[in-house]
Ligand binder design. Structure first.
Ligand code: PLP
Length: 295
């Protein structure tokens, strides 16, 4: 049985002092049309979003997702979200989630209707896909040129590379290209040869006891799962670091993962057709951590 839930939100100003935002929420039928035809989110992909993992009814890392929503809003010149209002909307969606299994809560803030007065906002909740195979058997990836050098984000901040915008057509095209090449997923690389991120996940490599991930310098989205995992690995006594990672390091790594809020840690078993060892024990332990309740 799949389940779905949707809540339209009348966005409050970030300094709105109310403590109860219930009367700004309207539950809508997730299977029926609810948005205006003039929506800039659908016409131009002009808006931002977050995907929050839900485990046994518990929404994971809500604070980190709300902080990133605020950061995306800043980068996109959207009004600052009211954190208390979004937190209540997430709690409302989580309360509708089943007490077992995994789900995903999406937060969407669009620039609104063309020529309209205000942004549009809504939250959805749905059952997550079964990601067991990716977590236990792993995924094959190919590297794909993102077409920008690593200095592009500083030179052209309007590319919004560090924001989680609704414009994911490029990311989806990269996934289709990966599948055409016989892989499950892709890793974007800069035109000057540095590892960036996957279309919907962050990249983590292990060299001995050291875990590294590309610096979140504006060229990539700073992943909430990667941050949470680095805290966990550091607490377990491992070394963790943000670095510039040359593409050649992918083949040299002792193990590698793509990590994200819903699929969690998917071990990489091949890069561009070259096999990579999979650390099954560490992967299982990392996913146990990611599936535990996290705030
Ligand atoms: N990078 C990109 C481009 C993404 O779309 C995502 C998640 O969707 C991530 C990284 C991982 O972010 P998180 O761990 O917060 O899900």
């Amino acid at each position: 049985m799949t389940w779905r839930f949707a809540l339209l939100i009348e966005p409050a100003a970030s300094d709105d002092p109310r403590t109860d935002f219930a009367d700004t929420f309207a539950v809508v039928d997730p299977t029926s049309p609810a948005l205006s035809i003039g929506e800039l989110s659908t016409q131009r992909g002009d808006g931002i979003f977050e995907s929050i993992g839900v485990v046994a009814g518990h929404p994971q890392e809500v604070q980190a997702h709300l902080e990133r929503l605020a950061q995306s809003a800043r980068l996109c010149d959207l009004p600052a979200p009211n954190a208390a209002q979004w937190r209540q909307a997430v709690a409302r969606a989580a309360a509708e989630s089943p007490a077992s299994g995994e789900g995903v809560i999406k937060l969407i803030l669009s620039r609104g209707v063309e020529h309209g007065p205000a942004p549009t906002a809504w939250v959805t909740a749905a059952q997550a896909a079964d990601n067991t195979a990716a977590r236990t058997r792993g995924i094959r990836v190919v590297t794909l040129d993102r077409g920008y050098d690593s200095a592009a984000p500083a030179r052209a901040p309007w590319l919004l590379l560090g924001a989680k915008t609704l414009s994911y057509a490029v990311n989806m095209a990269a996934l289709r290209e990966a599948k055409r090449r016989g892989a499950d997923d892709a890793i974007f690389v800069s035109s000057d040869g540095l590892v960036l991120e996957a279309p919907t996940a962050s990249v983590i490599l292990r060299f001995g006891d050291r875990f590294v991930t590309p610096e979140p310098s504006g060229a990539i989205l700073h992943g909430t799962t990667q941050v949470s995992l680095f805290e966990h690995l550091a607490a377990e006594g491992h070394e963790v670091a943000y670095e510039s990672i040359p593409v050649a390091d992918l083949a040299r790594a002792d193990a590698a993962w793509l990590v994200s809020s819903v699929r969690l840690a998917a071990p990489i078993t091949a890069v561009d057709g070259a096999e990579l060892a999979m650390d099954a024990e560490l992967t299982a332990s990392v996913n146990r951590y990611l599936l535990s309740p996290r705030d």
